[in-house]
Design a protein around this ligand. Structure first.
Ligand code: NAD
Length: 303
């Protein structure tokens, strides 16, 4: 068995496979090279950088590739229906990064409430904006979570521990001890912070209309860029319809709409929700489990 980790992999997982006599190639191939080199590997591991499109899958199905693993959660960079049609299995590592994403969201709520980044850069520009940087406590404020899955639930637990009231909206999940389930429109109206944690969506959930319902609130999007109508958000931030936003994901990464760079009331991070030592180690461990599970299933089918 041969593995290609086209967007890299945690060193402990690499060492584990090499100890088992399974070579791991850590080279990154661009799309055209991947079409030539990829089919030589049984398993291909990608993060979000590699786009596994129809033409790539057409090349892979001619060779040895039988499994693609997305090291992370979102599978939107892989053409899943076409992989299924071509007999290539796809798996992800959904359990590894929830604490890292949830902690960063909490960090952004505190940052927006207390202007931490604005205070920092204005001081470095020689200013002393003590009066303008009066913030508020997040304790007793309301957090509305859209998409109450792994990350949403993890965030709710942490926010509740900090004394926040937590609401959630998710058509497929129940409320629990940490969050009260309500209708989407009510969530927008009642929340001081709205944080989106849905899978990739075909139509944005944050639009001109929903931003108006959030009047004076803060938006956080650490899910996928297509959850947000970016033009509507820019307008809402400009007109002061909402107080601020924190974004980690964008419609066209890494080419972020330049308008965001001109605004004080938006805080940007370059898709680093899962960029921690711990999340990457957990992802490596989950990849090992996925591959062991996959090979066990193959042996059972064969034997
Ligand atoms: P999950 O599948 O565990 O949870 C998603 C939840 O959204 C599910 O409970 C589902 O029922 C719900 N949902 C689906 N459609 C919905 C809708 N229209 N409205 C409301 N809820 C809806 O996923 P997760 O692991 O919690 O990940 C959530 C998101 O975070 C994904 O988009 C993932 O790609 C993204 N993510 C981003 C980073 C990052 O670096 N920023 C890291 C990890 C995951």
């Amino acid at each position: 068995m041969k593995i290609l980790a086209n967007d890299g992999m945690d060193k402990n997982a690499v060492a584990y496979f090499e100890k088992q006599g399974i070579p791991v190639n850590l080279e990154h191939y661009d799309k055209e090279t991947l079409k030539i080199e990829g089919p030589k590997y049984d398993i291909i591991i990608v993060r979000s950088k590699t786009k596994v499109t129809k033409d790539v899958i057409d090349a892979l199905k001619q060779g040895r590739t039988k499994l693609i693993i997305r090291a992370g959660v979102g599978l939107d960079n892989i053409d899943l229906p076409y992989c299924a049609e071509c007999g290539i299995s796809v798996r992800n590592t959904p359990n590894s990064s929830k604490h890292s994403v949830a902690e960063l969201v909490l960090g952004q709520m505190l940052n927006m409430a207390r202007y931490i980044n604005r205070a920092d850069y204005s001081m470095k520009e020689g200013q002393w904006k003590k009066k303008e940087l009066k913030g508020f406590e997040i304790r007793n404020k309301t957090l509305g979570i859209i998409g109450y899955g792994r990350i949403g639930k993890c965030l709710a637990e942490k926010a509740k521990a900090l004394g926040m009231e937590v609401l959630c909206y998710d058509p497929f999940c129940h409320q629990d001890a940490n969050a009260k389930k309500i209708e989407l429109e009510d969530l927008f109206r009642r929340s001081d912070f709205v944080s989106v944690h849905t899978p990739s969506l075909s139509t944005p959930i944050i639009t001109e209309e929903t931003l108006k319902l959030m009047e004076g609130g803060y938006l956080i999007n650490y899910s996928r860029g297509n959850a947000v109508d970016e033009e509507a958000l820019i307008q809402a931030l400009r007109d002061g319809v909402i107080a601020g936003a924190a974004l980690d994901v964008f419609r066209n990464e890494p080419n972020v709409n330049q308008e965001f760079f001109t605004m004080d009331n938006v805080t940007l991070t370059p898709h680093i929700g899962a960029a921690t030592e711990e999340a990457q180690q957990n992802i490596g461990q989950e990849i090992i489990e996925v591959i062991e599970d996959y090979t066990r299933t193959l042996q059972e089918v064969a034997g």
